[in-house]
Design a protein around this ligand. Structure first.
Ligand code: 9G3
Length: 569
């Protein structure tokens, strides 16, 4: 491709609504153009990256035995009414009527349509297992579309659905997809973690999220440095330490802490680390009951774990007025001593002694507090979020902390759709049985966006070779110089001949502008053809990811580049 004939409308400025770097860079490089809120055109340069990801996904899905199909975007209401989801979803499901007033929705996902296909075409266990997938545009009418391709309303998704008769083979289908997903994101050249999305308390979880690691990621995750355990901090299990608490050495003493309300304030004021404090959260449950929850000062409550433990319909932080009523003090000074409500505590509080707590009195805390002696905890449980440095719940390793962007999700669905929609087959006894389903999604545009979040610098994108829109950029430094032009054209032609994906910057721009654009669009290998090098029969090679410059002989440059590209795929 010749840059002069291509459509690569680069911009100096980021659009005002672009909050994250991938959105800024995808707009500045002209990869995408916004058409309406959360709706984008994929411009030629962007589409090349999208197609690369799609091809890797196709390859690996096919390798795993899944079969490609393509379902319609327009879904008849009928199918969604059958599954019960027509009523269940609100405005996120975009509905419309055709000229005959028949109701439809834009498919936000395709469980209904695929289940309809399977119930009509599969009737014997001999046709199983079956896994159907598609790469298709979805629509979800998000209230607040943002972050460019990361959370668009219209987006490209690879969705796959597996159908099995037996639990055992359904689990195998799941495992195959899990492994295919690992290969997909590895082949894309991304640093990722597969995190457990359901705390598999009994071991083995049947939902995993695939997270591309990036500082801007919306999810906080932990992963073990010794094994493959990884989880969202909200779902991660905490290893219960059996180390006993040191014996109490201090007596309970009230100290004045004027205006010191937060853990950080009290810790700084008393010159103690936050892990010598215990925080007391007063929560309200749907059964009108207040409960005090104790956590080590540097730990955060995991609301899901608390909710599961209490088993009430809902749990929220108590209103300030309720806290005052229960503790006799303004918020910030709550503590367990003499408190008239049920007290539960995180397991890690059990390992503490001589700690600091609120005194249920304005501007006062207790130091030297100890369990049992000073107050009684009704129940200890895992109630906190995991943090970096925690012990791994599965091995002797330590957990590391990351932020991640969810790019894939695998679920074991069970018989939810097959039962309500009647997707059954006859087993070898001639008995009718509902199929066990799994569903598996990958956000294609999101994967491209996440790769930019992970791989960029202040000058622009740094594409991993496997998903780069082009593999090599040939910068024709001074097109007016015959020797430079002829050598660049020759190299360009040779690269094309070798099947290398090459962009020839043949524009009449100054070298500085060409290098700036080259950095912005981030093609992995940049070859500069200039008059000075040519005198020695050489061209200059620079990798976008590094700073080293290497001289290549013009004669063999194409072959050298071809092998560098091949080694990086
Ligand atoms: C809807 C709307 C939004 C939705 C859904 C349905 C999310 C919905 C979950 C999934 C699950 C899996 C197949 C690929 C893998 C993920 N948002 N989900 O079901 F009607 Cl408006 O999509 N689907």
């Amino acid at each position: 491709m010749r840059y002069s004939q291509y459509l690569l409308p680069t911009l100096k400025e980021s659009p005002a609504d672009a909050e994250i770097v991938s959105h800024q860079l995808m707009t500045r490089t002209g990869m995408v153009r916004k058409v309406a809120a959360g709706i984008y055109s994929y411009m030629p340069f962007g589409l090349r990256a999208i197609r690369k990801v799609e091809q890797i996904v196709r390859d690996e899905m096919n390798r795993a035995g899944a079969i490609e199909c393509l379902m319609p975007m327009a879904n008849p209401a009928e199918l969604w009414q059958e599954s019960g989801r027509w009523e269940k979803y609100g405005k996120e499901l975009l509905r419309f009527k055709d000229r005959k007033e028949t109701e439809f929705c834009m498919g936000p996902t395709h469980e209904e349509v695929v289940t309809d296909i399977v119930r009509n075409t599969v009737n014997s266990y001999r046709q199983l297992p079956l896994n159907l997938y598609q790469i298709q545009t979805k629509f979800r009418d998000e209230i607040r579309p943002r972050f460019g391709l990361m959370r668009g309303r219209e987006f490209i998704m690879k969705d796959a659905y597996s159908f099995d008769l037996e639990e055992e083979s359904a689990d195998k289908s799941y495992e195959k997809m899990y492994q295919a997903y690992r290969r997909i994101f590895e082949r894309c050249g991304l640093n990722f973690r597969a995190v457990e999305a359901d705390s598999g308390a009994i071991g083995g979880s049947f939902s995993h999220e695939f997270m591309v690691l990036a500082e801007s990621g919306e999810d906080a995750i932990v992963s073990c440095d010794g094994c493959q355990y990884a989880a969202n901090v909200e779902k991660a299990e905490i290893r219960v330490s059996d180390a006993p608490a040191p014996d109490p050495a201090q007596s309970l003493e009230k100290v004045s802490t004027p205006n010191q309300k937060t853990i950080d304030e009290v810790a700084a004021f008393l010159k103690l680390p936050a892990n010598k404090l215990v925080k007391t959260l007063i929560v309200q449950t749907s059964t009108e009951e207040l409960v005090a929850v104790l956590l080590r000062g540097d730990h955060e409550l995991n609301a899901i774990k608390l909710h599961n433990l209490l088993g009430t319909e809902w749990v929220v932080m108590a209103e300030d007025a309720e806290v005052v009523k229960a503790t006799g003090a303004p918020t910030g000074f709550a503590g367990p001593v003499g408190l008239g409500v049920r007290i539960i505590a995180d397991n890690d509080v059990r390992q503490m002694s001589d700690f600091v707590i609120g005194a249920n009195e304005q501007d006062a805390h207790y130091t030297g507090a100890n369990l049992d002696r000073d107050f009684v905890v009704e129940k200890f449980a895992d109630l906190r979020q995991a943090v970096a440095g925690d012990s791994c719940p599965r091995c002797d390793g330590k957990l590391e902390g990351w932020r991640g962007v969810e790019v894939g999700h695998v679920f074991k669905l069970g018989t939810k759709y097959s039962e309500t929609m009647g997707a059954t087959v006859l087993d070898d006894q001639g008995k009718s049985r509902a199929l066990i389903m799994g569903c598996y999604g990958i956000g294609i545009g999101r994967t491209v966006a996440a790769s930019i979040e992970q791989n960029h610098d202040e000058n622009g994108i740094i594409w991993p070779m496997p998903i780069a829109p082009f593999q090599v950029l040939v910068a024709m430094l001074t097109p007016k110089d015959d020797a430079v032009r002829e050598a660049s054209e020759k190299l360009y032609a040779e690269l094309l001949e070798l099947g290398v994906e090459v962009l020839l910057d043949d524009r009449n721009e100054r070298p500085g502008a060409k290098f700036k654009d080259a950095d912005l669009i981030g093609i992995p290998l940049r070859v500069t053809v200039g008059a000075r090098g040519l005198k020695e029969g050489q061209v200059e090679l620079k990798a976008r990811a590094g700073s080293d410059i290497e001289m290549l002989a013009l004669e063999t440059a194409a072959a050298s580049l071809k092998s560098i590209v091949a080694a990086a795929l």
